[in-house]
Write a protein that binds this ligand. Structure first.
Ligand code: ADP
Ligand code: MG
Length: 690
């Protein structure tokens, strides 16, 4: 017989044969190599199984037995009670389910199963209420009681059959799988040889074995991803030179004098880091992270003015028109006395105005441009671009970032609206250097946040709001998020809220509505009127960013707050923590879902945006936090960035070190490098400038 190799087809593997090979091919498995890479989903740990005499009440435990009796009956209150009796050898235990009559079908007499849950002693017998059930393959588990890997199966293929084949394949070939990690790196990361890892995963003798094999594969996954990101980071740095922009003491003090306040320690630190980058020809590629209201805009403006002072252009790109207008207003006020040639590029310019404006930029007459990313990327070609600031608001993907065109490479500063959880930062923004502002401008008081549950509390909240508004404050009311429907439906919902509130709770005040489909000019007018205190209350859908700075607006009501994510709610209430007066945020929600409760309570108890970001991530996962709602965004195979956060950190550090020290270029990394390029070649490649 031929020796078994990785290429051997499964029908020729002892115990294989044409019938099983056909079943295996339904799982996408053709060769021994395919089989080895068919990883268990989990393990069944039978070493932790207890006999009934060793059970204790109210702790999670597992028993194993054979189903010997089942029944289902109506009990009081129209409920059904389904019960199953399990013969555990020495004694019987009972499992019970309320209102789950289908459990009768899920259990069959004679089945070999596990119950897991918290047992209670009932009439001299242990009883599990709603236990978790796991099915055992009797032919498999009779022989060994250890740790059993579980695989996705297909109809007709039994677990013990797959495991027998796996054993043969692992014994014959696992050691011949080609290793791609150099020995030294493997030692540094404390991971086994890849062959050993596969052995531990498929044939573990303890849960620790299995975990050790799994750790190797997760680290591989994360390391390759982080290496790709680190290569991309290096590509940024190796781009064509950017202009070296020197901040002299004179320039520095001239810029600072424009602001009516002193910078915070965090702002100063951020400015130092950025100024250091700008003074070099290596293009800056930096992410500025801070909580809402910490004063990122100040840092962005400083960087832009530094570029202007050094004789170069700068640009600020915002995700929406409203935000672009807001940035523009801030800048325009600061520069009132200055001759800096500046321009706001918005969609409301006529074609002729726009052409004229763009022409002035392209000729280099305009030093400072603010606009939406869409407009600027489409039309503008900067002849002397020094600094580009991108205000991201979580809305742009990695590819779109910084695809503006210019005659030279600019320094790039990316800002996000709210803090991003660390592990997401490492995956989504890992190719940027990171600057974090931790402190807040002085005198800033976080908004007091209250969850408002029932009608009674609602009434009290409205009463409080009316008092505050009568005393001169202004308020935002944020409408319930409408998930699946059209923009029109969303706006209609907001209009209803507006009609209702302006007739009832807010009838004595000047109330305005703002929503997504409103013409741009009208929206700007509504915001301007609010800013000038000509209206008391704005009712808004969040589609319209309430990203506007109105210090006198210190009140906020969020209707059906449970429909919003934590980070989003935090960002919203950031709008009312900017002025001299204490802000109050009321989260209306009568939801009884435990998860919603946990989220809203988190907001009541902390105002630290970084903490909230981590919590949001734990509760909702990466896709939702980034607002993409696409979990598939994460190009990982076995790792999970929230579960494996610690390994991600390790992989990140390791990747940076390998790339920065250049050791990744040495021949021993050849195989690993090929894997990275095969998987992530496209990501490493940067978009072109010019
Ligand atoms: P964000 O980080 O959310 O973008 P902003 O840059 O919009 O924050 O700043 C929020 C508010 O705080 C603005 O009104 C700004 O003028 C003010 N501000 C920023 N820095 C300081 C400071 N050092 N001292 C006092 N007020 C400041
Ligand atoms: Mg801002």
């Amino acid at each position: 017989m031929n020796p078994i190799t990785l290429q051997t087809e499964l029908q020729y593997l002892p115990g294989g044969g044409p019938r099983r090979a056909e079943l295996l091919s339904r799982l996408g498995l053709q060769t021994v190599s395919d089989l080895l890479w068919y990883l268990p989903r989990d393990v069944l740990d039978l070493t932790e199984v207890r006999t009934p005499d060793r059970l204790v009440p109210d702790e999670i435990q597992t028993v194993r037995g054979v189903v010997v009796d089942r029944d289902s009956r109506q009990i009081r209150g129209g409920r059904t009670l389904t019960a199953a009796l399990l013969d555990c050898g020495s004694d019987y235990v009972r499992g019970v389910w309320f209102n789950q009559p289908w459990m009768m079908q899920k259990l069959q007499d004679g089945q070999n199963i596990l119950f897991s849950g918290k047992p209670k002693r009932k009439q001299a017998r242990w009883e599990f209420s709603h236990p978790r059930i796991q099915y055992l393959d009797p032919e498999d588990t009779e022989s060994d009681g250890g740790v059993i890997p579980k695989y996705r199966l297909t109809e007709g293929l039994r677990l013990h059959e797959l495991r027998n084949l796996m054993r043969t394949a692992v014994d014959a070939c696992a050691e011949s799988v080609e290793e791609w990690l150099p020995d030294a790196l493997r030692e540094q990361l404390h991971v086994p040889h890849i062959g050993t890892a596969l052995h531990l995963l498929h044939l573990p003798s303890s849960r620790a074995d299995y975990e050790s094999g799994r750790r190797r594969l997760i680290l591989d996954d994360l390391l390759e991803f982080q290496l790709a990101i680190a290569l991309r980071r290096r590509a940024w740095r190796n781009r064509e030179a950017a202009p070296a922009l020197q901040a002299t003491a004179r320039i520095d003090s001239r810029i600072r004098k424009l602001f009516p306040f002193r910078f915070t320690t965090g702002q100063n630190q951020a400015i130092r880091e950025i100024a250091r980058d700008l003074s070099r020809t290596q293009p800056m590629h930096r992410l500025l992270q801070a909580d809402v209201g910490a004063g990122k805009t100040v840092v962005a403006i400083y960087s832009m003015l530094l570029s202007v002072a050094a004789g170069f252009q700068s640009v600020l790109m915002a995700p929406t028109e409203v935000l672009a207008a807001q940035h523009w207003q801030t800048l325009d006020e600061l520069l009132e006395q200055s001759r800096v040639q500046r321009l706001l590029l918005t969609g409301s310019l006529t074609a002729a105005e726009r052409n004229l404006a763009i022409d002035r930029v392209n000729r280099g007459e305009v030093q400072l441009v603010v606009g939406t990313q869409a407009l600027i990327q489409e039309d503008v070609l900067f002849p002397r671009l020094g600094v580009a600031v991108i205000d991201e608001q979580h809305k742009f993907g990695v590819e779109q970032r910084a695809r503006f065109s210019g005659a030279s490479t600019p320094h790039v500063l990316v800002m996000t609206a709210t803090p991003i959880p660390r592990s997401l930062c490492l995956t989504q923004y890992g190719d940027l250097d990171l600057t974090v502002i931790r402190d807040m401008p002085p005198g800033r008081r976080p908004a007091t946040t209250h969850r408002v549950q029932n009608r009674d509390q609602q009434q009290k909240a409205w009463e409080f709001l009316r008092k505050q508004i009568s005393a001169g404050r202004q308020a935002y009311v944020i409408c319930p998020r409408v998930e699946t429907e059209s923009a029109a439906a969303r706006d209609a919902a907001a209009e209803k809220v507006y009609d209702y509130l302006s007739r009832t709770e807010l009838s004595e005040f000047r109330v305005a509505l703002i929503h997504g489909q409103m013409p741009r000019q009208q929206r700007a007018d509504v915001m301007a009127a609010f800013r000038d205190a000509e209206t008391d209350v704005i009712i808004s859908t969040t589609v319209v960013e309430v990203g506007v700075d109105v210090p006198n607006a210190t009140l906020m009501v969020v209707l059906q707050a449970e429909r919003y994510g934590l980070a989003q709610l935090h960002q919203l209430r950031g709008r009312i923590a900017r002025g001299l007066h204490q802000g109050y945020c009321f989260l209306f929600s009568d939801s009884e879902s435990e998860e919603a409760l946990e989220r809203l309570t988190a907001l009541e108890s902390t105002s630290d945006g970084f903490e909230i970001a981590e919590k949001d991530f734990q509760l909702r996962g990466p896709g939702d936090v980034l607002g993409t709602r696409q979990h598939g965004d994460m190009p990982l195979r076995v790792a999970d960035v929230s579960r494996d956060a610690a390994l991600l950190d390790e992989a990140h550090t390791c990747a940076l070190q390998l790339i920065d020290s250049n050791s990744f270029e040495s021949p021993e990394f050849h195989r690993l490098k090929r894997r990275v390029v095969d998987r992530f070649g496209e990501m490493i490649h940067l978009p072109q400038t010019g």
